[in-house]
Design a protein around this ligand. Sequence first.
Ligand SMILES: [Zn+2]
Ligand SMILES: [Zn+2]
Length: 577
Amino acid sequence: MGAEKITNEQIAEIFKELGAILELKGENPFKARAYYNAARIIEKLPAPMEEMINSGEIARIKGIGEAVIKKSKVLIETGQLPYYEKLKSSIPPGLLEMLKIPGLGPRKVRKLWQELGITNIGELEYACDVNRLVSLEGFGLKTQQKVLEGIKFLKKYSDKHFISDGIAESELIASVLQEFPKALQMHVVGSVRRRCEIIGEIEVLVAIECELRSELLNFIKEAFSGADVKEKDENIVFRSPGGIPVVIHLVDKSSFIPALFYFTGSDSHVRMIEKLLIDKGYRFVKNAILGKTGRVNLNSEADIYALVGLPFIPPELREGRDELELAGSGEISELVKMSDIKGCFHIHSNYSDGINSVEEMVIRARELGYSFISISDHSKSAFYANGLDEARLEQQWKEIDEINEKYPDFRVFKSIESDILVDGSLDYEDRVLEKFDFVIASVHSRFALSASEQTERVLRAIRNPFVKMLAHPTGRLLLARKGYEIDLERVLREIAKLDKVVEINASPHRLDLDWRWGKLVRELNVKIAINPDAHNVDDVSDVEYGVYVARKAGIPGRNILNTWSVEKLEAFFRKKE
Ligand SMILES: [Zn+2]
Ligand SMILES: [Zn+2]
């Protein structure tokens, strides 16, 4: 074939995979073991397989049967093995990758696939986050923790990362740079500053005297030893402790403000503003803005926007879409801020698939300065998540009543994350639904319906008079799975028409509703709830990521339920047509 000769290691690797695939498919374990054995022997053969087959020597090796020899011949002659290709294509491709996670063998991966429907590492990571492995036979909380660590390790050097990791790692780097003993000015820039949902690298802008640059390089080398710190053009590059590529842009002091604007991006936003600057007779270069009489003196980014008659545009909005329009409308000052947030909804407890008790979640929310939450556990058809039947609901409501009495300045709303069944109905009867303060409806199954079927299903749920809120409207898991097919515009229009609420799921794995729907959401005045979908106390503060999404979407605080008072919420929830 003229191709590179296949090595014994490569042949062995294919037999190992064959064994794994057979195990994943749940076939006879002896068959799998025969392939594993063959692989082990082939790895240790004293000569290339091809030579040993040609000389007939291979027949004398114990553990290498006729079938293995035949398959090896095909591999050697053609570089391919149709049997292997066919077998491989009969399982989801992500399963083999899951085997790379320490502690996960084919039998465990098969169980995750068969019982939880998990088909890739991204889905598995999310499943761990929502405690799906805790009650799975043969797993448990400890195994779940180990699997999660294994995934973090595997993902360390991938080229895409959640914004939550980008923020945490960039803050760590900034805190180290702050320790540099000489004067420098710095700011995180790029996609992390814009709070993009997925980031590829961390960019930090540093203004520093030219003669201090080599000192800074050495300082970073020492602080991040083993991080492969290098100089590249005008930058210092390395890997963050969590494995994310870091670029430190070095500029001199007088260039800090224009460079801050430039490196924050996005490219298309910078071009938009540059055009306006040119119209006003300025010239924009990366490190300066030049007027007719020379360099324009800038004290802040707001000065740049002021040159073209605009208010300061927050970094989250700088995506080159409709931010100029938004800035012109005066709505930027209305954008929701973290400090506007008074509480949140969609919190799970240990009644369903959460780790913590209702009261522990309340205590966490109070620590964050909140004055309300809603407990929204899974409904009864969510058997995989220990969904609540009516008896356990009664028990939970009693507990919530007691907590509301114990914390008179705090309000726990009685809610539920009710599964939307395939026909669009919910899984409790009206006489149960009417007892909640409000109902959240979610799609958790049958993702493969056609767009029109899925849309009708969700529309029917929204029209249910007890439903107030639609959770994670596309079901996407970032870096793991696309959302289901759905006509989201129709759904949003219906939500607006019926004065209901769509969730921005604030889990960094979801961030669903996507911010790119912002323009339509604003036009329709759709009400939004920023929900952490918390499954343990640590998740409650994920609200922060949802706030970034809402800001990227340009949504004013008044349309976000989290900014409302308990009284206003009560009145809104009571209103049922
Ligand atoms: Zn859900
Ligand atoms: Zn949930």
